[in-house]
Design a protein around this ligand. Structure first.
Ligand SMILES: [Zn+2]
Length: 460
């Protein structure tokens, strides 16, 4: 091998190894703006690119989290000191938190099912392999389904769970996970729900599983999710190359290589809490439904709507611990727009109460504009608007910002357990309010038939 070849190979290796973004020395700062003046200072920090915000919307009283690169640290600290704003260090070294999230201390073998476990986070391949295993192990009730392909041509794979394929009138529930790539607890929790729906002995969980045909997709943004494992742990969007451009100093050009899928749906598209600039995390795309991932979800939801009584659509995100009710572009005076805000609020608040009982974790319930910030072009708002699915939420899972997207793996199971408590209680109330009647079919129906049989035998 001559020197040119060696240099050539060395160059390739350097390029490949240079791809993965590290967050060595990056710190996460927290600022809670107390007034409009401080909100403006946050805007300034954003304009000056002194750091990358975990969310691009600022509001009085709402935590803002800013990742600050080591080379920007002095300038950032100087700036907040000059403005007399309190900025606390939430995570000293982000790469250490990322490493810890990938290599949890405790591996508990009992918390696993087939090849999958909930004591660590898993990449896309592991999740898809597990879905195939589920179909093999539960052939009568579980079937994998591919709703479409991503920009980079990965399958968007999920599973359909139907404990009673013999039933003629189907009730349908759909669960969407990980539309935002870096929100790993979403995929982890949604896979737990799948496992519970297939294997739980708890009668209430079984009832929730059996009363519906469930369509569950742990990762609807497979390119972005894969990218968080291979290249950039903090990636949020899909990987659409259509709007790649040179970004302002301080922002990687790679930031423009993607669309925020939860701003790309064709309802109130680009009206509020979204950006037309591809160098931001909330880029809504060149047009509504410009992305194959959002079109696939919309099309799938449309076909489901024709197959039966569509009762639930729940999208899982993180973090902030919220149950968000449609619609997200309106303030509280617009809550009536969804038609059944009061019922959805009642169902959610009871779910949040049940969730709190296990570990004391508190969730807030309401419109996005009230509990977080207004936004538009989201999947769950679009589903509510297009098909008036009665019980539609976006749940922001743990935590409230201590670790944020980097939630340690030892919190996966607690998060999943309390979320399941909420779902069961929400379902109890959904039925109580009258959105469906379990007694009209299924378990209660079979019991009635059995009882009638006994009655006939006894009195013959
Ligand atoms: Zn999200």
């Amino acid at each position: 091998m001559n020197l040119t070849n060696i240099i050539f190979i060395f160059t390739i290796l350097t390029v490949v190894s240079a791809v993965k973004k590290t967050y060595d020395g990056y710190s996460l700062y927290k600022i809670i703006p107390k007034d409009n003046n401080e909100v403006n200072v946050l805007e300034e920090i954003k304009q000056k690119n002194l750091g990358e915000f975990w969310s691009d919307d600022f509001k009085i009283g709402l935590d803002a989290k800013i990742m600050v690169a080591p080379e920007k640290r002095d300038e950032f600290v100087q700036h907040v000191t000059n403005e007399n704003i309190e900025a606390t260090v939430a995570i000293e070294d982000i790469q250490t938190a990322i490493n810890r999230q990938l290599n949890p201390d405790i591996i508990r073998a009992s918390e696993s099912y087939l090849s999958y476990s909930w004591s660590e986070y898993h990449n896309l391949n592991a999740i898809y392999t597990w879905l195939d295993e589920l179909q093999t192990n539960h052939p009568d009730i579980a079937k994998t389904v591919v709703m479409g392909q991503s920009v980079e041509n990965r399958d968007i794979k999920g599973i359909v769970i139907n404990h009673h394929p013999e039933r003629e009138n189907k009730r349908i529930g759909m669960i969407e996970g990980t539309l935002h790539a870096r929100e790993w607890i979403s995929a982890a929790t949604v896979t737990w729900i799948i496992k519970e729906f297939l294997t739980s002995d708890d009668p209430e969980i079984r009832a929730l599983a059996e009363n519906f045909e469930w369509h569950i997709f742990p990762v609807v943004n497979p390119d972005g999710y894969s990218y968080t494992f291979t290249d950039n742990r903090m990636w949020r969007k899909n990987r659409s190359p259509a709007s790649i451009k040179t970004c302002p100093e301080g922002t990687d050009d790679d930031m423009s290589h993607g669309v925020d899928l939860n701003r790309n749906f064709d309802f109130q598209w680009l009206t509020v809490g979204a950006s037309n600039d591809s160098c931001t995390n909330t880029f809504a795309g060149p047009t509504a439904f410009s992305e194959p991932e959002t079109r696939a979800i919309a099309q799938y939801v449309g076909t489901l709507n024709e197959q039966g009584e569509f009762v639930y659509y729940i999208a899982f995100h993180s973090y902030t611990q919220l149950i968000i009710i449609p619609y997200s572009h309106v303030q509280s005076d617009g809550s009536l727009l969804s038609g059944n805000y009061g019922d959805m609020y009642e169902i959610a608040i009871r779910g949040a109460d049940a969730l709190r009982k296990r570990y004391g974790t508190t969730y807030r319930v309401g419109l996005s504009a009230n509990v977080m910030y207004p936004m538009s072009g989201t999947s769950f708002d679009w589903v509510k608007h297009a098909y008036n699915v009665p019980v539609t939420y976006l749940m922001e899972l743990r935590d409230i910002g201590e670790f944020g997207f980097l939630l340690p793996a030892n919190q996966i199971i607690p998060t999943a357990l309390e979320t399941m408590d909420a779902l069961v209680e929400m379902d109890r109330n959904t039925e109580k309010i009258g959105y469906y009647h379990a007694s009209a079919s299924g378990m209660f129906y079979s019991m009635t038939v059995v009882l009638a049989g006994v009655f006939v035998v006894l009195f013959y």
